[in-house]
Design a protein. Sequence first.
Lengths: 539, 44
Amino acid sequence: MDFTILAIVFSIYFIAVGYVGYLAWKRTKSSEEFMVAGRKTNPYIMAISYGATFISTAAIVGFGGVAGQFGLSLLWLVFLNIFVGIFIAFIFFGKRTRKMGHNLKSLTFPEFLSQRFNSKFIQYFSGGIIFFGMPIYASVVLIGAARFMETSLSLNFHVALIILAIIVSAYVIFGGLRGVMYTDALQGSIMLAGMAFLLIFTYWILGGVTEAHTALTNLAPHFPASAQALGGAGWTTFPDLGSPFWWSLVSTIIIGVGIGVLAQPQLAVRFMTVKSDKELNRAVLIGGIFIALIPGTAYIVGSLSNVYFFDKIGQISLNAPGVLENVDKIIPTFINSALPEWFIYIFLLTLLAAAMSTLSSQFHAQGTSLGRDIYETLKKKKNAESVSLTRVGILVGVAFSFVLSLILPGSVVAQGTALFYGICAAAFLSVYICALYWKRATREGAIAGIVSGLGVSLFWLIFIFGKTAKGLGICQFLTGQPMLIQTMPFSSIDAIIIAVPISFIFTIVVSLLTKPMNKEDIDKAYKGIGSNESKTGGK
Amino acid sequence: MILGIPDPWVLSGYLLVILSTLLCVIYGIINWNKGDDDGFIDEE
């Protein structure tokens, strides 16, 4: 690879990102513009930004590598990402969130919940969950991108981390959500082009779709022993029912990431950035294609890399030189070995774009949580200095994430994302659904739902769920055992499966036991929604 | 064996990705110009 060409490609990219960020900065003055991009975003920008935020480098490199180890059963996750993460999310959550967010004049996701339930506690408590939880996810995204730069550019890992953190925080701090979404649209377009080429090229070098899959099926006798021990049988076979891998696949990945996406604050806030339902309808089309092409390609190519390496060197991906059993290196190694040289530049740009588009929203969400949701709510000074406080919040959030990415253990890329999605789903999903669809839900019910969801999910992640309990080591420290229940399947069941239903029960039961909310508040939130829906809507 | 994938669970995952994408595309086309007139976001 020629570093001069790479330097030119990167320079053009950074100039483009800088220019787009500058345009956004010029158009960002008020706190509404800084936090919800002025509520008039184009549907293409909204959909691509949503998708590019949703899909990070970790989803391409991390999960793509996991697919290289375990196979095509991971495509269920892509299906859920499209069906739940786009179709259900935009139509059943997006449309109501947009209207209600406008009725209540909310600028952040915690503010939306807080104003719907008329509770300041919800705003700063939810802001706290985001501010302290998000760095786990953000640092995983930083690590994913920095690892790829390390592999391809022979760059020092820490230098790569610093470069990424500085560039992204610059345009988030100046451009706010508009800066985030404009740059996302540019970055998402690069991702679309890069991944579409990768998919077509991979099928082409392996002789076609059916031929490539058949070759992968025939490789089953070489399926890695590490994956077999957990219940896998081949790259085109679903894992054995009830095996650790089956539980892990079904609960952590499919439910954790597939369904957890509905309660992601940095995604939900995007519904409040468009003008009408028309934009959301159009965004469904664009978002669906985006999600199918980006993670879909990563998982298919990750799995098929086994066929390529076996043909060339008689080894499966996990044992290929350069991979050495590190699943995070499967995709980069495949790209470096199998694709034409010019594509390596494009792909590096694709991954950089994927990381930056996710990071920018994470930093923005952290900043608004600290500035708007926590500080301003506790100080009781709304709107006074929202934008500058949020900018300080972003800086603090970036620093927090950066430090975490230095100390997190190496092989956490695939787990960290699921972890954050799980905590968010546990804390917010039930309350978010009730906020949108259940007028009888009360403030006390919402608080009980958020607190119980968070409490149960944290307990489960620290003391029961094997991967996280062992990784965190808190259970070992307190009890002398890696987790409280050693028997299967408890140690393989993700927190979301336990915590979300419990949070729902708390929300519903406590709501029914407490006094209904004031009718005027409910009517204000639901203006133009459901039975009141009218063509004229209302000022 | 359809598409070279013998396992019905894995095959259905593959096909569901394609079908759900088509669902989004068709929904978007049918509703391309709908939802514009609810008049919700007006200048304050």
